[in-house]
Design a protein around this ligand. Sequence first.
Ligand SMILES: Nc1nc2c(ncn2[C@@H]2O[C@H](COP(=O)(O)OP(=O)(O)OP(=O)(O)O)[C@@H](O)[C@H]2O)c(=O)[nH]1
Ligand SMILES: [Mg+2]
Length: 333
Amino acid sequence: MTINEEGLLLANAIRSGDRSALAKGITLTESTLIEDRKRADNLLLEILPFSGKSHRIGVTGLPGSGKSTLIEQLGVKALDMGYKVAVLAVDPSSEKSRGSILGDKTRMTSLAVHPDAFIRPSPSGSSRTGIGNRTRECIYLCEAAGFDFLFVETVGVGQVELEVSEICDIVLLLLLPGAGDELQGMKRGSTESADLILVNKADGTTKSSAQITASDYQNALNLVSGLRTRAADVMSISALENLGTTEVLNKIIGLHQKQSNTGEIKTLRSKQCRNWLWRSIKEVIEESMLGGVSMLDIILKLEKDVTLGHITGRIAAQRFVDQYLKSVSEHKT
Ligand SMILES: Nc1nc2c(ncn2[C@@H]2O[C@H](COP(=O)(O)OP(=O)(O)OP(=O)(O)O)[C@@H](O)[C@H]2O)c(=O)[nH]1
Ligand SMILES: [Mg+2]
């Protein structure tokens, strides 16, 4: 069987709803082996025409802010509405991901056993580019498999949130009651990538503190909203007690509907695709240039020269590229 035939076969199995084929496809896209990469690329070519028809929802926030608990509640409601729900839990630090995988399974018990739901922990720590490209490919695979409500859970505030906004249509940011602005990213402007800011744990002893935090954020955002095209909504909710979650789901669906009607989603996804290309160019160049051991030796030597102040970073980079091109042309002749 050729690599193209294999890709087509796996793509057909994924499209028919075969779970193990989907899991196999995702594993293939995550592999760092060159041979697997080729197989994954072939598979993705077959999959691409059948992707794109889902609500892509990024859920970010500090560790323990309640992301998995919220996704479970929203996911169950979406299932009741007839959607097929997939959750991709991405942990930027591979070390921590083992714990999170366990946590995710126990926090999303209904989704874990539902026939129309799919949960896939996706550690991305080994990938130099972090969340972006691999997760995007997993989204495409899930969409081709018929999942039309996709949650991407990522730990963190700031850069992570920005990255998730590159692959999702809507970003939810979960905050904790009372935690400082600095900690939660407000002052760094990271809340700008969020469409919906949710102060979770508005229950029990933290109820009023959550409400105060939510109104503080709303006020702060109103102050800067003149600079933004669209200010994020802020709400206090309790994922644990399922309070405010129906409203959150309705907001997501309403926002998605609006994005589709106005053509905003097309513009957004086109922009994401352009960035995807540039990220990929960088990734492929880096992989092919730094792949060889001899190139790595050169880099280490240049790194030392720059660190010691012997040459500038720019000169070192130019020398590196020159050496690389020279080795490529020598290889050809
Ligand atoms: N009181 C209260 N506790 C909550 C709420 N939501 C989640 N929790 C608790 O907070 C803890 C963390 O919840 P998770 O849903 O695992 O949080 P997470 O953001 O997914 O955590 P990581 O994946 O480890 O970053 C658990 O003990 C939950 O039961 C809430 O609305 N109220
Ligand atoms: Mg979690």
